[in-house]
Design a protein around this ligand. Sequence first.
Ligand code: GDP
Ligand code: IMO
Ligand code: MG
Length: 457
Amino acid sequence: MTPQTDPTCDLDLLRSLNMDTGHCAVVGLQWGDEGKGKVVDLLAMRFDVTARYNGGANAGHSVQVGDKRYALHLIPSGILSDKAINVLGNGVVIDPAQLVKEMTGLRAEGVTIGDNLKISDRAHLVFEYHKVQDVLYDQALAKAMGGDAAIGTTGRGIGPCYADKALRSMAIRVGDLLDESALHDKLKRVIAVKNTVLAALAKHCDQPFRPFDVDAVLKDTVGYAKVLRPHICDSAHLLHTSMDAGKRLLFEGANATLLDIDHGTYPFVTSSNCSSLGVHTGTGVPGHKVTNVLGIVKAYQTRVGGGPMPTELHDATADRIREVGKEYGTTTGRPRRVGWLDLVALKYTATLSGATGIALMLMDVLSGLPELKLCTGYEHNGQKLTNFPADAGVLNSLTPVYESVPGFDESIDECKRFSDLPDNALAYIKKIEKFVGVPVSLVSVGPRRDQTVLRDV
Ligand code: GDP
Ligand code: IMO
Ligand code: MG
């Protein structure tokens, strides 16, 4: 049986989010792990189709339904709702081994996966050699330039797969799974090149390397193809015919806007357009169709992997937030770096992603802190910066300017409406809205579906 509507969840969610009509996107506005999975799960039961448009198994979206927790990497979080069709759009990079494993795991938990899962024939495939390349590149960079240069990727082969997509001749797509003999030819060609490149790279990194065997890779891949074949389709066509039939679409962002390859803290980013700007190329649905963008924002800030984070904390407050917020990666288990909410960065990402509303997540984690800080400006070389800088070196060396506000002691994890929240929590929320210029339309106070606070003031 598919887990569906939580019996304790009685929310007029869409009205309070101002999402009564149109197609909507849910997008992370920080460095990921903001709680997109929880929000997509809540919304998906109110939409007809949920579609992923970017990223791959680097994403880890945790969803709690009652006492059960699900960790989704490739499959849209809408799979936990009976109603939604779930689409992996052309912009997603799909590791077939991981996808089959995820499908098997979810089915074992009682989740229905059949006609409700669709996979774009234009999406690109991640192979084991991409993962090896991913790890070796990061090691080679660290070796050449020191540990700080490493991106600290998830090792899921994301960068190398998108790079092969851009190279074209090295790429293999989901549609190639439908023709075994053509797949064999492509694997033969690609693996010959990969083995040469990876052997050299491994030698450079002083790592052992066992060349990939074409027949073994083909055998595994044909096995995955058997499972995936019934789900493969022209997903852009499906989304357009769904819209023509009056169905409502929900787009689930993976990763987040500060990790966007064009607009994030480059080069410490992922390899796709994870802001809402990626929805259009990643699914084939044009820009004007998506009328609502819900920006998902943690009430503080976290980052996994390398790269600048101006408001990062290295003190007891960071440790406390990490423990209370269980800030350990869903995909890699790495402890997340923790910092104060950076409103300069948030205004930048909310603007880029065209956020029409903000869902402020994990607000409960801040309860009990005597003082909360919000970063409202940057100083660099004695100058005030007015824009979010493009350069990682500048981001690393600037000084954040903070505004302090009093914290709140009350436990808020059973609040249901904004008017239930303590005054200091409301004052914190109002400061965010005023600075960013986007309303906070939802506050999350726990991982459960019913721990969701809606606007009434
Ligand atoms: P995503 O990648 O954006 O989907 O976020 P993750 O699932 O990686 O990380 C968010 C974590 O916070 C998950 O473990 C959620 O179950 C949990 N979570 C979501 N909302 C809340 C909340 O409001 N309070 C608390 N304490 N946990 C939350
Ligand atoms: P969700 O969807 C947090 C980070 C990695 C690394 C950088 C590049 O769960 O929010 P990659 O493997 O993509 O080449 O790694 O991006 N990263 C994430 N951090 N949440 C994610 O996804 C992430 N996806 C990628 O840690 O620093
Ligand atoms: Mg995550």
